[in-house]
Unconditional design. Structure first.
Length: 299
């Protein structure tokens, strides 16, 4: 995708996809409050199960699979505006039908929920943005390397998930990162053919026993769009915002503060000491404590 197309697809004024999809969700029952969790790149809603259970005494939580991830539909382009519209439709027709809810988003999901709050402020009571900023994300070889490693796996050679784990040990030596990515490797169901059961290029491979559940080809091709943030000039969200970063992560910086404050004037930033990018999984107790304090605060 060219830089011009990235800008066009993410511009606030750009229309949503012709048919804004409903997204797959899972509910964690709990208290009367309502919280929505939105994952990052190559994640899925259930990655936030631990956090949702940690606040279950006060909140019932909705775990969302974003487009091109988990059980949600695939799309033909990557756009934060489109994803925010899809999330808005999903919430309006169900979880937020009776009024605004608390919304928590990590990384790519954090950018999505920021756009949601700016375009659909009536749906959001309080907003939590986890380890991402409303700016162009810093250049990094990490995600191109990780997605390239997944695309390099010969799915037709796999007989078990352990085979994939073995093939990825050299390019992805960290077992936690490898395990996070391998959650997306799914057995091919009987009768399943075409792009969803094929390799990273979308070529049919009906003999493969496994497939990547996310839209790997699209996500890999559109990493520049994933790193971008749409033009939201003139828009603000007036509700309370908790901005959480990890001290060992490059995604929340002092340089990003003016952009964050311009869009979210009631933001409060907290940096979690010793955490990297996946704050909710690296520091679950600290993250749960921050959530609880923020979501239950008065005013």
């Amino acid at each position: 995708m060219t830089a011009e197309n990235v800008t066009a697809a993410n511009r606030a004024g750009a229309p949503a996809a012709p048919e804004t999809p409903l997204l797959h969700t899972q509910t964690v029952q709990g208290g009367p409050g309502r919280a929505v969790f939105v994952h990052g790149l190559f994640g899925r809603g259930k990655n936030f199960t631990t956090a949702a259970k940690a606040i279950a005494d006060t909140h019932t939580s909705l775990l969302v699979d974003l487009p091109n991830h988990g059980e949600s539909p695939w799309t033909e382009r990557f756009s934060y505006v489109d994803m925010a519209h899809a999330l808005a439709r999903t919430l309006r027709e169900g979880f937020a039908a009776d009024g605004p809810v608390d919304v928590i988003g990590h990384s790519m999901g954090g950018k999505t929920v920021m756009v949601l709050a700016l375009l659909h402020p009536d749906l959001v009571r309080r907003l939590v943005v986890v380890d991402i900023s409303p700016t162009q994300s810093p250049d990094s070889e990490e995600f191109p390397h990780l997605l390239g490693a997944l695309a390099g796996v010969d799915l037709t050679a796999l007989r078990t998930r352990a085979d994939a784990d073995a093939l990825l040990q050299e390019p992805i030596p960290n077992p936690l990162t490898r395990g996070f990515l391998l959650q997306n490797l799914r057995p091919v169901r009987r009768g399943e053919t075409g792009a969803s059961a094929g390799d990273a290029s979308g070529a049919p491979a009906p003999e493969a026993a496994f497939r990547w559940q996310p839209n790997l080809a699209l996500l890999r091709a559109e990493l520049p769009a994933v790193a971008s943030f749409p033009d939201m000039e003139g828009r603000t969200f007036s509700g309370p915002v908790l901005w959480v970063g990890g001290t060992r992560s490059p995604y929340v910086t002092p340089e990003a503060e003016p952009a964050m404050r311009a869009l979210f004037p009631r933001e409060r930033k907290v940096m979690v000491k010793g955490s990297g990018h996946w704050v909710h999984s690296e520091k679950p107790e600290e993250f749960a404590g921050l959530l609880r304090a923020f979501l239950t605060a008065e005013g």
